[in-house]
Ligand binder design. Structure first.
Ligand SMILES: Cc1cc2nc3c(=O)[nH]c(=O)nc-3n(C[C@H](O)[C@H](O)[C@H](O)COP(=O)(O)OP(=O)(O)OC[C@H]3O[C@@H](n4cnc5c(N)ncnc54)[C@H](O)[C@@H]3O)c2cc1C
Length: 267
């Protein structure tokens, strides 16, 4: 099949092309495989709009353009809380090309960066004056091509309240058996507003509602961690693929949630 690639100057024009059926090209680490295999969409659109590569940081919020690459995240000193996540995505070539926006739409078992953003309570800023949407909502809807993501906004976590863990068979650049991220803000020593997100434990990144319930309102101690780990896989339906079976993913989810929470407890 012939594929036409159109380059436009603004996000608005790109959003308009997508509304007419074009597929957006980010870094191309996923799409280029489809183009090479002759199975890509007939119309591809990309944009040179510099807004796509903006990174803005304030005291309590970060805004990351959807075209920012994993390598640019790692190079930014004020995004230290995301460095570990970005470093665990693919090898150097993939990190140099792969974008934050593309990661939101990357199929299972990819999407590790989206897992971290989901735990952080990020919002997707949509191009073409379509406002913002919580990432929970966008990720649920992602198979229906919800439009062009211009940027991601997320609260800047306080030191020691955010953690991420990726379990892969090949180190350092294997794909996920699973990944897990947690945001555990504390008030008076108690967890308030716990968010846990999983990668490779469903068709796309999902919240871990049972683990969140076990953590909410508790102190982060050995008993709380044990309870959350016990409930880690409850309500989740992980896929079976060449990397792991659904059974195995459910079995090990608690082990890796426990490791992550213990790391966070140690600070
Ligand atoms: C060898 C290899 C290893 C990899 N390892 C990992 C890994 O360890 N972890 C991981 O998470 N991923 C991994 N990936 C997958 C991928 O590289 C990343 O997920 C990357 O972030 C995808 O971004 P991209 O810009 O290249 O996406 P693209 O290929 O450009 O696009 C992917 C999809 O996202 C859509 N899209 C892109 N940007 C936007 C936007 N702004 N708004 C709306 N839709 C958009 C596209 O239309 C397309 O459907 C790997 C890929 C390869 C080839």
């Amino acid at each position: 099949m012939t594929t036409t690639v159109q380059t436009v100057a603004t996000l608005t024009e790109a959003a308009r092309a997508m509304a007419q059926g074009a597929t957006f090209l980010g870094g191309g680490t996923i799409i280029m495989r489809d183009i090479n295999a002759g199975v890509a969409a007939a119309q591809i659109v990309r944009t040179t709009d510099p807004a796509l590569n903006d990174i803005r940081i304030s005291s309590d919020k970060v805004t990351i353009g959807a075209g920012v690459t994993m390598s640019q995240i790692i190079a930014h000193p004020e995004l230290a809380f995301l460095h570990k996540v970005a470093r665990l995505i693919g090898g150097p070539q993939v990190r140099n090309m792969g974008t934050v926006g593309g990661n939101l739409f990357a199929p299972h078992p990819y999407g590790d960066f989206a897992v971290a953003l989901l735990a952080l309570g990020a919002q997707a800023v949509m191009a073409g004056q379509n406002g913002s949407r919580p990432l929970d909502d966008l990720l649920r809807d992602r198979s229906r091509s919800p439009g062009l993501v211009a940027a991601i906004e997320c609260p800047r976590p306080r030191a020691g309240t955010f953690g991420f863990f990726k379990f892969s068979r090949i180190k350092p650049k294997g794909v996920s058996v699973l990944s897990v991220a947690a945001l555990l803000p504390r008030e008076g020593g108690r967890i308030r507003g716990a968010r846990v997100a999983w990668g490779a434990m469903a068709a796309g990144p999902v919240r871990g509602a049972s683990a969140e319930r076990a953590l909410e309102g508790q102190s982060l101690n050995a008993d709380t961690i044990a309870r959350a780990a016990q409930l880690a896989a409850e309500g989740l339906a992980p896929p079976t693929d060449a990397i792991a079976t659904d059974w195995y993913r459910r079995e090990v989810a608690g082990v890796y949630l426990k490791r992550l929470l213990e790391q966070m407890e140690r600070g």
